[in-house]
Design a protein around this ligand. Structure first.
Ligand SMILES: *Cc1c(COP(=O)(O)O)cnc(C)c1O
Length: 379
């Protein structure tokens, strides 16, 4: 049996940066600058320039980044924050941790938050909207801005879309602030947890800078009770090395996506992901829709191919979010998609030979699990 194909394989990336990373780790150890420090500042400046924003602040993870963005915008108790039902649960957790109220809306056929749904749920208490750039392409920020109006704080969750653009503007540069994650498997990933806040607002940047470090900038001076959410020097080294290569690696992801598109042309039951007008996709995930999804995923797993589902259960149907009181049927599209979607392996360095095997196995699975066209009658 051929070697298994993992969902994500980071070995290609590791090999290319290993010397640079070791040299950087030596610098950090020589200085003892393990938490924040010069390597983090160097990365923050480079990532800010890359994204076209004035400020980047490294924090401990993506969930904290989103929470800190909301807190810095003085969004909290009783304030409503709108976000899509089909996101990673962290987006909703960040809102709850800021003390605000989660207001979910449905998505569109491209898995992105639906601006019309946002408009229809807006209330006098709506303070923020979070556009989640799911799977690697940007939510329609200009339409979200219109839907929210001038008084709503527009947030980007770009955890899955570092380097993506919309009409030429980078993810993170179109909202009032953005939060991202450097979890190892993201397009720009650290060697552990990490995250960042991006903003053009000096005010937001100042508050996040203090909040991430126990509410103060100078040691033992605490402007307000904050938290400990800082990026490590060692991670700054890794992230700088990877950022320099991010565009090239995102291009490899796009090439792999084009190759999947091509191979899957002959499989009409498979709906391949669409690139929305104006977007440059960075394919954090390559998500297709298939019939009999669970059986297909099982079949691929038995063949040594790690397909996965992002995400099998929308936020409102998670047991931990039953307090929202949103039953099955609340978001028809998000719910239907959660039954049909499947993520195929994609990462810089995936080979066409691996993709050939994945698609052959997928076609085989579809043949075996094709639903009979004659419907069985009940009883
Ligand atoms: C990964 C991710 C997060 C959370 O990031 P962590 O670093 O794991 O806290 C938030 N939103 C989305 C869409 C993500 O994919």
């Amino acid at each position: 049996m051929p070697l298994p194909v993992p969902l994500v394989d980071l070995s290609f990336q590791h090999a290319l940066i290993t010397d640079e990373v070791h040299a950087g780790f030596d610098r950090v150890m020589a200085k003892g600058s393990f938490v924040l420090g010069p390597e983090v500042e160097r990365f923050e400046a480079a990532f800010a320039a890359y994204c076209g924003v004035n400020h980047v602040l490294g924090v401990a993870n993506g969930t904290d980044a989103l929470e800190l963005v909301l807190r810095a915008a003085h969004i909290g108790l009783g304030d409503e924050v709108i976000l899509p039902a089909n996101t990673f649960v962290a987006t909703a957790e960040a809102v709850l941790r800021a003390g605000a109220v989660v207001k979910l809306v449905d998505c569109d056929e491209d898995f992105l938050i639906d601006p019309d749904a946002v408009r229809s749920i807006m209330s006098a208490r709506t303070r923020a909207v979070i556009g989640v750039h799911l799977y690697g392409q940007m939510a329609p920020m200009e339409r979200l801005r219109q839907a929210g109006g001038p008084d709503v704080f527009l947030v980007e969750d770009l955890a899955q879309a570092q380097g993506a653009t919309r009409f030429g503007a980078r993810a993170g540069s179109l909202g009032d602030a953005g939060g991202t994650s450097f979890y190892p498997g993201k397009n720009l990933g650290a060697y552990g947890d990490g995250g960042a806040v991006l903003t053009n607002s000096q005010g937001v940047a100042d508050v996040v800078r203090a909040l991430r470090n126990h509410g103060g900038i100078n040691r033992y001076e605490h402007r307000f009770p904050g938290l400990n959410s800082r990026l490590d020097g060692l991670q700054g080294v890794v992230l700088s090395a990877k950022l320099a290569r991010l565009d090239g690696w995102n291009q490899l992801r796009r090439d792999a996506a084009r190759y999947y598109d091509e191979l899957l042309q002959d499989s009409p039951e498979v709906v391949v992901p669409r690139v929305v007008d104006g977007n440059e996709h960075v394919y954090h995930l390559y998500v297709v829709r298939v019939p009999n999804r669970d059986r297909i995923v099982d079949h691929l797993t038995r063949m040594g191919i790690s397909a996965s589902v992002h995400y099998p259960v929308p936020v409102h149907l998670q047991p931990g979010f039953s307090d929202l009181g949103l039953p099955l049927g609340s978001f028809p599209l998000a719910e239907r998609l959660s039954d049909e979607i499947m993520s195929l392996p994609i990462f810089p360095g995936i080979t066409t030979e691996q993709q050939d095997r994945i698609v052959a196995a997928l076609q085989n699975a579809l043949d075996q699990h094709r639903q009979p066209t004659i419907l069985r009658t009940a009883g």
